[in-house]
Design a binder for this molecule. Structure first.
Ligand SMILES: [Zn+2]
Length: 209
């Protein structure tokens, strides 16, 4: 869920950057700014400045820069949402709940079971495509009849994938398909079909699919 800008602006207004940073850094007032030793790199003379009016900190030594949320994320190793929640809590303001649109989108979202069922149906159809001929021949060679193949909902995962493109969307978001074990995440962060160029057997979840 993304937070409205108006809420984030209010949060930045309500918390004092100098007092939040002052918990970790001994700050001295210098004109319109405060300065101190940078908490993000080792230094002997202060190159870390805090500008309360502009709402950001900046370090001329290591380049660290950000607002109060960024400071908490960096100094305490928090996620954006965790930092926001803790600061909002301190400031006594409430983090907005999901909007009606976001709730509606969540409701359209399928369950794990539905994702597995849709994937099974998609793989079944691929077995009957020309591209599935190899898989179908393999099953026939193993002595499986078409009736058995249909009864056990066997399918074919094409060599080039295609499940992700066919299924992924509002109803089957990427995270759900990963959770269902249908996609896997590569090192570069992208995802691709887990099953390729093989016969598929229905994957069932704990409820017995
Ligand atoms: Zn620094």
């Amino acid at each position: 869920m993304s937070l409205p800008d108006s809420f984030l602006d209010e949060l930045r207004d309500r918390v004092s950057l100098v007092s939040v940073i002052g918990r970790r850094v001994k700050l001295e007032r210098k004109g319109r700014e405060h300065s101190g030793l940078c908490p993000f790199h080792t230094e002997k003379s202060p190159s870390f400045t805090v500008n309360e009016d502009k709402g950001f900190f900046h370090c001329f030594g290591c380049g660290a820069h950000g607002d109060v949320i960024g400071f908490e994320m960096r100094a305490r190793g928090l996620s954006f949402l965790d930092a926001v929640e803790q600061l909002a809590d301190e400031a006594g303001i409430e983090v907005p709940r999901a909007s009606p649109e976001e709730r509606a989108r969540d409701q359209r979202r399928a369950t794990l079971h539905e994702a597995l069922d849709a994937a099974t149906a998609w793989y079944e159809a691929r077995l009957r495509d020309p591209g599935g001929a190899e898989g179908l021949a393999y099953l026939h060679r193993r002595g499986l009849t078409d009736e058995t193949i249909a009864r056990f909902r066997l399918g074919w995962a094409p060599m080039g994938g295609g499940l992700k493109a066919a299924l992924m969307g509002d109803r089957f978001p990427e995270a759900l398909l990963i959770e269902a074990g249908l996609l896997h995440r590569r090192e570069d962060g992208s995802t691709r079909d887990l099953f390729r160029g093989r016969v598929t057997f229905p994957i069932t979840d704990r409820r017995g699919g």
